[in-house]
Ligand binder design. Structure first.
Ligand code: NDP
Ligand code: OXD
Length: 306
C-alpha cells in the first residue's frame, strides 16, 4: 500500500514518521512530481498538479475538518474525500467558543480595561436567561460546542440542515426556520461548513435579524461573513461586537479594520488546531478499516459540499 503526503504549510517529516509507525506495512512518502501512483493521500491545500498526476487515488484524507478549499480543486474522479472527524478539535472549539461567550457575557473585556485604568468598579450582573446562544451547524464541532454552552446553563439554540436532537438544545432546521433562529439568538456562533449555500450567509439582511445588541462569534470560515456588513452593523451599534477567528483573506491583511476595532476580537485561525498524533491515529485507523472492508466515518458528500 502506497501513501503519499502533500500538505502545504505543514512540516511533513513527522507525518511520514507517524504514519510509518502506525502502518508498518505501508510505503509512506512525501509527494514529489513524477512519483508513482499512490493508493491514499494525506492532504492539506494540495496544488492542482499533484491531483492531476494522481488520478488513481482511492481516498484523499484531508487533515482538517473543512473541505471547502479541497473541493474547489479538480479531484481524481474515483477518490473519496474524508475529513478529520473531531480528532481532538471539538474540545478545543468548545473551549474557544465558551471563552468568547463568557468573556462577552461577564464583560471581562470591560473589567480588564478598568483594571488597566486603575478603576475598581462593579457592573450590574447580566441575566443568563437573556443570553440565548444560537449555534449554526450542529455537526461534529457544533454539537460539542452547543452541549458545552448548555453546561454553563445558557439557553442554547441550534440550526442545521436536517432535524437534530441534542439534549439541552432547542433545534431549528432548514431555511424555513432560519429567521426565527436568528431572531432568538443574542449570541450567534457560526460552525457551518463553507458551501455554495452558506457563503455570504451572514450579511446585512441576516445579521440585522439578530436582536439589537447581539454578538457574533465566527469560527468557521471568513467567507461566511460579508465583512463590510458586519463592520457597519457593529459601528451602528446594532451588534455589540464580534469574536472572529477566520477571515476572507488570511493572514488578515495589514490595515484591515478588524485589527484595531475596539469591539472586535480577532485571532489567527486557531480556535481548533489539527493535532498531529490524534489525526495520524484516526487516518491509520480508517485505512485499516478500509482494508477490512468496513465503512468509514467522515466521508464527504461532494455534491453537498461537506
Ligand atoms: P460537520 O460537517 O460535521 O457539520 C456541519 C453542520 O452544518 C451540520 O449540522 C449540517 O447540517 C450543517 N449545515 C450544513 N449546511 C447547512 C445549511 N445550508 N443550512 C443549515 N445547516 C447546514 O462540520 P464540523 O462541525 O466538523 O465543522 C464545521 C466547520 O468548522 C468546518 O467545515 C470548518 O469550516 C470549520 N472549522 C474551523 C476551524 C478553525 O480553527 N477555525 C477548525 C475546524 C473546522 P446537517 O447536520 O443537517 O447535515
Ligand atoms: C479545519 C480548519 O477545517 O483548521 O480543520 O479550519
Amino acid at each position: 500500500m502506497n501513501i503519499t503526503i502533500c500538505c502545504t504549510d505543514t512540516k511533513t517529516e513527522p507525518w511520514v514518521a507517524g504514519l510509518r509507525a502506525a502502518l508498518p506495512g505501508a510505503h509512506v512518502s512525501v509527494w514529489q512530481p513524477g512519483d508513482p501512483q499512490a493508493d491514499f493521500a494525506v492532504v492539506w491545500a494540495p496544488p492542482q498538479p499533484f491531483l492531476d498526476e494522481q488520478p488513481g487515488l482511492k481516498v484523499l484524507f484531508n487533515i482538517g475538518a473543512g473541505v471547502d478549499a479541497l473541493l474547489r480543486l479538480r479531484l481524481p474522479p474515483g477518490a473519496q474525500v474524508v475529513r478529520l472527524d473531531d480528532a481532538g478539535m471539538s474540545v478545543q472549539m468548545a473551549e474557544y467558543v465558551c471563552h468568547a461567550v463568557i468573556r462577552h457575557f461577564r464583560e471581562l473585556d470591560a473589567y480588564e480595561a478598568d483594571m488597566r485604568g486603575g478603576r475598581w468598579g462593579y457592573r450590574k450582573p447580566r441575566l443568563r436567561s437573556e443570553f440565548t446562544v444560537g449555534v449554526m451547524g450542529l455537526g461534529v464541532l457544533g454539537e460539542r460546542v452547543a452541549r458545552a454552552l448548555a453546561h454553563f446553563e445558557f439557553p442554547v439554540l441550534g440550526w442545521s440542515r436536517s432535524p437534530k436532537s441534542v439534549p439541552g438544545v432547542r433545534a431549528f432546521e432548514g431555511a424555513g426556520q432560519f429567521e426565527d433562529f436568528l431572531a432568538a439568538s443574542r449570541v450567534l456562533v457560526n460552525l457551518l461548513p463553507l458551501t455554495p449555500e452558506t457563503e455570504n450567509l451572514l450579511n446585512r439582511a441576516t445579521l440585522s435579524r439578530l436582536p439589537a445588541g447581539a454578538y457574533l462569534i465566527n469560527v468557521a470560515r471568513g467567507a461566511h461573513v460579508v465583512e463590510e456588513d458586519l463592520l457597519a452593523l457593529v459601528d451602528s451599534g446594532h451588534l455589540a461586537g464580534a469574536t472572529l477567528d477566520v477571515f476572507r483573506t488570511e493572514p488578515l491583511p495589514a490595515g484591515h479594520p478588524f485589527w484595531n476595532h475596539p469591539r472586535i476580537v480577532a485571532t489567527p485561525h486557531t480556535s481548533a488546531r489539527t493535532l498531529r498524533d490524534e489525526s495520524i491515529a484516526q487516518i491509520a485507523g480508517k485505512i485499516a478499516a478500509l482494508q477490512r472492508g468496513e465503512p468509514l466515518a467522515g466521508v464527504v458528500d461532494r455534491g453537498r459540499g461537506y
